[in-house]
Structure formats: C-alpha cells, structure tokens
Design a protein around this ligand. Structure first.
Ligand SMILES: NC(=O)c1ccc[n+]([C@@H]2O[C@H](COP(=O)([O-])OP(=O)(O)OC[C@H]3O[C@@H](n4cnc5c(N)ncnc54)[C@H](OP(=O)(O)O)[C@@H]3O)[C@@H](O)[C@H]2O)c1
Length: 358
C-alpha cells in the first residue's frame, strides 16, 4: 500500500514529539518533513529538540537527523507532503492564518491548535463520536477556494474523557453536566524538570480551559446545517479545570442529569459495548474497546490506566446515583495521546479511510 507523506508542524514541541513517536512506524503514514519556528529551522531534529525531549522513549532514529524546515515557508513544506499535522505555540490569529495558508496551498491540515475550533465549517472530530462531521469539508473547501486543502481540528484535551463517557447516554435526554478536571502538566507543554514548582502543589486555574470544556462539546454534538456546523443547545455544561502534579493523564469528576430512566447496569453495559466509526473501520490507532469501566472502588488511576490500549481508550469508574444530579462518575484519558497527538492521528486515519485525503 502506498503510504501518505506527512509533515509535523511544531515537531519540536510536546505534542510534536508525541507525533514523531506515533508516526515513525505508522502503517499508512511516512514522515517526510519536520517543521518548527525559525529558531529550529536548519538544525537536525535531535539538536533542535535537545534537552526538551520529554518522552520516555528515545527520539525515533528515522527522524533524529532530519533537518527542520521553517513552518512559515508554506510552499516548501507543502510540496513535500500529502498533508500536515500541526501543533504550534503561537498567537491565535497567527495560527489561524498559518493553517489557512497550508489549506490554500492544497495541503490538508490536521490541527491540535484551538485557533479554528469555533470556525463553523471546520470539523472538530472525535472519530468514535462525530465522524459524520467530515461531511462539512466540501463546504469549507468551497469557501477557501481549494480542491483538496482543508482544515480539521481536534478538540481540547480536557473534555476527552467525559464527552466520550456521556455520548452513549445522550439519547436519555442529557440536560446538565458538571465536570471538574484534574489535568496533567504535559497539557501545558511542561515536565517536572521544566516546572519544579508544581511538585507538591495544585494550581486552580488553567487560562481559557473552562470555556473550552463547556463550549467545545456543544460543537461536537452539533449538526451540519447547510454550510456550517450548528452547536447543540443542550446539555448545559459547567466546569472547573485544575492543574495537578501529574506528568500525563487528565482525570474528570463528572455529574450528569438526564430525563429518562436508566439503571446503572444499563449505563455500564452501554459504555462497555459502545463502538464508533473508528472501530467499524478498524483504523490502525483505534482502541478495540473505546470505553472501559472499572468496578474497583479506587479506579481508574493514572498509573494503571493511562496507557490502556496505547493511551487511546477512556477509563471510567465509580458510577453512582447522585442526590442532586442523576448520576456521578470519574473518568480519565491520556492527554497527549487520546487528548492530542493520538486523537489527531486517529482523525487523519478516518479522513484517509473516508477518501478526504485523495
Ligand atoms: N500539550 C498538550 O497536551 C496539548 C493538548 C492539546 C492541544 N495542544 C495544543 O498544541 C499546540 C502545541 O502545544 P505544545 O504543548 O506541543 O507546545 P510546545 O511544547 O510549547 O511546542 C510549541 C511548538 O510550536 C513551535 N513554534 C513556536 N513558534 C512558532 C512559529 N512562529 N512558527 C512555527 N512554529 C512555532 C515550536 O517550535 P520551536 O521549538 O522552534 O520554538 C514548538 O515546536 C498548542 O496550540 C496547544 O494548545 C496541546
């Protein structure tokens, strides 16, 4: 099978490093280009990353000596690849402009950045939940005036555990959600080495995170109407997002109200049997089982569950009835795998399998 040639924009960053590990031996994709800022351009990948390498596995040998390109040289990067993954730390308007330049150079962009998440014709896809939102891509191409270039985005990492857990319950008439998240430091592009003050500490503020946690699910559960995705009106979601001294893995304590009757056993059965488009298509990065329920009272835990199914599964536990909401539970997912690079690779696999990259 012919492999798709792919580039990683922001290859030196925390998410970019994850991309490099996930893509180095990917069955469908071959990394032909690495790009970052002008500061890294011209250096070998291993030298540009240097001390910043934050993964537990070493830099993939195949990529270590690859010379980094300047991401602002859009034509040069785009001419080497079939599409790019993008995860950069820049101002929002600069990211929006950069991603549109790539799309207009007929190079599809699979983005981890938040810049285009609220653009109404840019799909924000979790392949197990709203794979059908890819159908908006022709409308976006029409707006951009492109033949194959488009932008598709991943949602924020904070909601990657609770939106999957709530999704199989949506037909029960979910009205209200309260989610408190306990988020790992890799979500801020940090390690314990680069952020020593977080050890033995909690920071009760993550800029912009609560708005994303409350708004982005409404687009994911939205519907395509004409040339845009229209957000759903319900459920109403409120959240608090807290940074905790964990390297990888976001946990959420969640309370949900719904209108119809449903036993706790039935909810667990819905979770355990849930399959989405990623499982139907048997995509290479798809977990065999998306949602895992743990009956032990002290699970899921970060250390035992975050790498479940290569960090692509969502772990749930402690389901109980609640005195103010209908139910409450705890859930967890790996923030740089399912929540960032892994989720983006899975979305790219979906878009390839559905013919959007050809
Ligand atoms: N970490 C997570 O779990 C997570 C999850 C979801 C989404 N995200 C999003 O992913 C993006 C990257 O996050 P990160 O944690 O990987 O950040 P990071 O570790 O700070 O890495 C930032 C990357 O952006 C590059 N960059 C900075 N300025 C640039 C410019 N002007 N032109 C081109 N490249 C430039 C950097 O290249 P140099 O090395 O050359 O400076 C580096 O490769 C952000 O938008 C973030 O919100 C992160």
């Amino acid at each position: 099978m012919k492999k798709y040639k792919v580039g990683i924009i922001g290859a030196t960053g925390m998410v970019g490093q994850r991309f490099s590990l996930l893509l180095a031996d990917h069955p469908w994709f071959e990394v032909t280009t690495l790009a970052a800022s002008a500061r890294s351009a011209g250096k070998k990948y291993k030298d540009a990353v240097g001390e910043r390498w934050a993964m537990t596995s070493p830099i993939p040998e195949k990529l270590a000596d690859m010379v980094i390109l300047d991401a602002s040289n859009v034509e040069e990067v785009a001419s080497n690849v079939d599409f790019v993954f993008c995860a950069v730390d820049m101002k929002k308007d600069e990211i929006r402009a950069l991603e549109e330049k790539y799309a207009k150079a007929e190079c599809p962009v699979i983005s981890n950045n938040s810049a285009h998440r609220s653009t109404p014709d840019v799909p924000m896809i979790i392949p197990e939940i709203n794979a059908d939102h890819a159908k908006i891509i022709p409308a976006q191409k029409k707006r951009l005036g492109t033949k194959r270039g488009f932008i598709a985005v991943k949602s924020n990492c904070s909601l990657q555990s609770y939106v999957p857990a709530i999704h199989p319950l949506m037909d029960l008439g979910v009205t209200k959600v309260l989610a408190c998240t306990y988020q790992a430091i890799s979500g801020a592009g940090k390690t314990f080495k680069s952020w020593p003050d977080i050890v033995d500490n909690i920071v009760p503020y993550i800029g912009g995170e609560e708005e994303k946690s409350e708004q982005e699910p409404l687009k994911i559960w939205g519907k395509i109407e004409g040339d845009k995705i229209v957000n759903t009106q319900t459920p109403s979601i409120t959240s608090q997002c807290i940074r905790v001294p964990i390297s990888d893995g976001h946990t959420a304590a969640v309370f949900v109200s719904f209108e119809k009757e449903c036993s706790l056993d039935e909810i667990i059965s819905r979770w355990e049997n849930y399959k989405g488009r990623a499982q139907e298509l048997n995509l290479p990065s798809a977990p065999k089982q998306f949602l895992h329920y743990f009956t032990e009272p002290d699970r899921p835990q970060i250390k035992t569950e975050r790498n479940l199914e290569n960090g692509m599964a969502v772990s749930i536990g402690r389901l109980r009835e609640d005195s103010q909401y209908t139910i409450k539970f705890v859930c967890m997912s790996h923030n740089t795998l399912r929540g960032a690079a892994g989720g983006a690779v899975l979305m790219a696999e979906l878009l390839c399998a559905e013919g959007y990259m050809d």
